[in-house]
Write a protein that binds this ligand. Sequence first.
Ligand SMILES: [Zn+2]
Length: 446
Amino acid sequence: MKQQIMHIGIDDTDSTRKGCTTYITALLVEKLVKLNVKFLDYPSLIRLNPNVPWKTRGNGALCLRVKYDAGLEDQIKDAAISLVEECSDLSFRGTDPGIVFITKAEIPDEFKAFAKNTITGIVTLKEAMRLIKKFGGEALGFNTCRGIIGALAAVGETFEADYTYELIAYRMAENCGLKRKVDTASIFEMDKLTRPYTFNNVDLEKGRVVITPRGADPILFGIRGETPEIVKKAFRMVKPLEPVERWLVFRSNQGTDAHLRRVSALNQIEPYNSVIVRGAVSRNPQLIPLRHVIFSMKDETGEVDCAAYEPTGALRKVARDLIVGDSIEAYGAVRKPSAGKRLTINLEKINILALAPKIVLQNPLCLKCGKRLKSMGKDKGFRCEKCGARFNDAEKVQTAMERGLKAGLYVTSTRSQRHLTKPLSRYGLEKHNAEAEGMIENWHSP
Ligand SMILES: [Zn+2]
């Protein structure tokens, strides 16, 4: 029988009180396994632009890529639609599920570009619908239908820049909403044995576990790493203290900085985008109420504010020690300014390219005994407290101070990293071979 390929994109089925699009995907995998379809790749878990103003949740969209006997097409679509209808929190305001079916073997370049724009910036439903129509796809939306945007982006993201994996283990329905029970020591042990090939398991600074989410969703924990093998190995090291209902390996853009777009000048940055941009510190850091740090940076085209918030800990300390003239690259989300104010970059990373010398004016040293002199008052000269010598014409001297800061890349603490933030431990582990290395046999629970 004729074989066909389908890409199924799903997004925005969950709310803060219920559900999880990755879980719907896991259920759909089970249904499709029963239909004997062949999976062409791991399910994709795509994190979209974290700065979209109408989004406060994880903002993950999913895609399945399958090959099947052409006669199964309707059954596959029905399976996806009925699961989204059953499992979405449709009555929740702001939950706007979307499903997209694309039956093309190759992903069109326009889909890839659309995915990139959805991950780094703002796109419209109209644009998504235009592309779906142009390439003969189908889309189904609920409520405002906004989920169609993410669903198409998930189809279009082919991981040409970099990717990671996540194994997600799910809870029994009756445990959802209760405190998650996982042996903490086993998580720290797993982290020690699999790092850096897994990442963001624990926050070593605070001694806290990061792999278990909070909230009523069905995820017990998720382990992120470089290969399907390592996340599976790590999964076996973790001791759950409640039953795992199912587990599944996803391929993802998490931990890849996919949301950041390098811009060449400060006048190119726009609200709601995440950027990497160069400039020089133009106003010294100020500690503002609630202990945020704000400084300004500029280049020949403009000036912006940069903010490091208290929860970012380590990064805030670095930001506090910058001075005017330091040459930096700022990484972060651009916030829309209030009226009359400048754009602000909420910092995720700072790359210090060059430090400016920190010059302070000091009293001169005594020419007789070498002790630092005391000022006698403005324009009244200096006096040595040790030997009593006076120097009426002496002036303050410029001294270069130790900066206590080194050039290099600084990243927010593990606990405040976004899903998309590439942690320091991943630098050097990036993968540029968009084709997955061939799938392992058991990438989901039986
Ligand atoms: Zn002296």
